[in-house]
Every structure is written in structure tokens, then in C-alpha cells.
Design a protein around this ligand. Structure first.
Ligand code: MN3
Length: 239
């Protein structure tokens, strides 16, 4: 081969090599799009109307909270999952239990999705009663429902800035109260107090500020009137 020809041959071959490598990558990523079904989160329909929890929570707060804040967490969580989560079998709970391995965007938004989906179910427009099995569990852990409510309200009131109050079942099968900052929750490996969430309360200002302004304590007091104790009992039963 003449020198010039050899140079051209090398040029052509390396171009072809790059093209082939690119084609392989594209084929792989298209194939993986078909075979890999990454975790997809969906915002469930609110189980009651926006105004159904009035006067404890006003309709406008519920509408903005559900249709703007919470829906954004779900969307942003899915965007982050698509980029970061490779394990196709992972559930949201498994993801949360390994959340320290992922970005702040995934932590904040997957947490935000889980927390809000649970929060809507923790409330009901129709009054519910604490049934026997739940009452026994509450009495065993706190002595009385009033003590539970006081400890929970203290956790909710003393959470500095934005966050959540939780009733959880820990790995020793004890009911405990905890609180988390931002959109963290007790399922996360980074949580100070871990456990299975039984009841949660959103104490971000977006959850109450339109009606209550700085009076977070009043929001908490009125919130007890819409707690869905049937859901709480079911969470405990399934734990
Ligand atoms: Mn919220």
C-alpha cells in the first residue's frame, strides 16, 4: 500500500470503528429500553374532594398541595429514577432503604412521593374510631391515646423548618414517635429513627400556611379531627 493510501485506509477504518461502536451503544440502549422496566411512580387519585377535610384543612390548600407540590415530587422522582436506578426489581420501599446511594434529587422527590401518597390516606372526611387492636397497641406503647397525641404533636411542633411527624413500628415491634426533616422518612437508611410508617403528618408550611399562617400548633390540633384511624389500624395490621 502506498503511504497516502495507507493513511486513508486507517482514516476510513477508524471512522467505521467509531460508527460501529456508536451503533452498538444505540442498539444496546434501545434493547435495554425494551427489556428493562424501571420503577415508575404514579400519583394516586385523592380519595376525597379538595374541600372534604374542611374546616381542618381548606380546599385551596388541598388543591395546591395535591395538584402542584405532590405531583411535582412524583414527576421529579420518576425523572431521577430513570437516570439513576438500574435495578429493575427494586420497589419504592427498597429504593428508600438504600437512599444514601443516590442523589439529593432522588432522595427528596422519592421521599416526597412516598410521604404524600401516605399522607392523603392518613386522613378521611368521615369520622373514624380507634378500634380494639389498635387501642391495645397504643396503650401498650404510650399508656393512652392522649399521650400518643401529645408526643406526636410535640414532634410535629418542634420539627424546625420543613418536615414530617411519624408514628412508626420499629424492628422490636414497638410503636414509636419520630420526626424527619425535608422529605426524609423512617424507611430511609439515613433516618435517625427507622421503622415502618403507621401515621404521618406533613408540617411543611405549604400544608397549612394559607389558613393557619404561623400557627402550626392549631393546624396540628385540628388535624386530629380528620385522622383516618381505620387506615392507621390497617397499616399496623400489615406491619
Ligand atoms: Mn407536602
Amino acid at each position: 500500500m502506498k503511504k497516502n493510501n495507507r493513511r486513508n485506509f486507517i482514516k476510513q477504518t477508524s471512522k467505521a470503528g467509531i460508527a460501529l461502536a456508536l451503533a452498538n451503544t444505540l442498539t444496546k440502549s434501545i434493547a435495554s429500553d425494551k427489556t428493562i422496566l424501571p420503577l415508575q411512580l404514579q400519583q394516586q387519585a385523592l380519595p376525597y374532594a379538595y374541600n372534604a377535610l374542611e374546616p381542618a384543612i381548606d380546599a385551596l390548600t388541598m388543591e395546591i398541595h395535591y395538584s402542584k407540590h405532590a405531583s411535582a415530587y412524583t414527576k421529579n422522582a420518576n425523572d431521577a429514577i430513570a437516570l439513576e436506578v438500574k435495578d429493575t426489581n427494586s420497589s419504592l420501599e427498597q429504593l428508600l432503604s438504600n437512599i444514601s446511594k443516590y442523589s439529593a434529587k432522588l432522595r427528596n422527590n422519592a421521599g416526597g412521593h412516598f410521604n404524600h401518597e401516605m399522607f392523603w390516606q392518613c386522613m378521611s372526611p368521615k369520622p373514624t374510631q380507634i378500634q380494639a387492636a389498635l387501642q391495645t397497641a397504643i396503650n401498650n406503647s404510650f399508656g393512652s391515646t392522649d399521650n400518643l397525641k401529645n408526643q406526636f404533636a410535640d414532634a410535629a411542633k418542634s420539627r424546625f423548618g420543613s418536615g414530617w411527624a411519624w408514628l412508626i413500628l420499629n424492628d422490636k415491634n414497638q410503636l414509636k414517635i419520630s420526626s424527619t426533616p425535608n422529605q426524609d422518612n423512617p424507611l430511609m437508611d439515613i433516618a435517625d429513627i427507622k421503622g415502618k410508617p403507621i401515621l404521618c403528618l406533613d408540617v411543611w408550611e405549604h400544608a397549612y400556611y394559607l389558613k393557619y399562617q404561623q400557627k402550626r400548633a392549631d393546624y396540628i390540633t385540628n388535624w386530629w379531627n380528620v385522622v383516618n384511624w381505620d387506615f392507621v389500624a390497617k397499616q399496623l395490621e400489615n406491619s
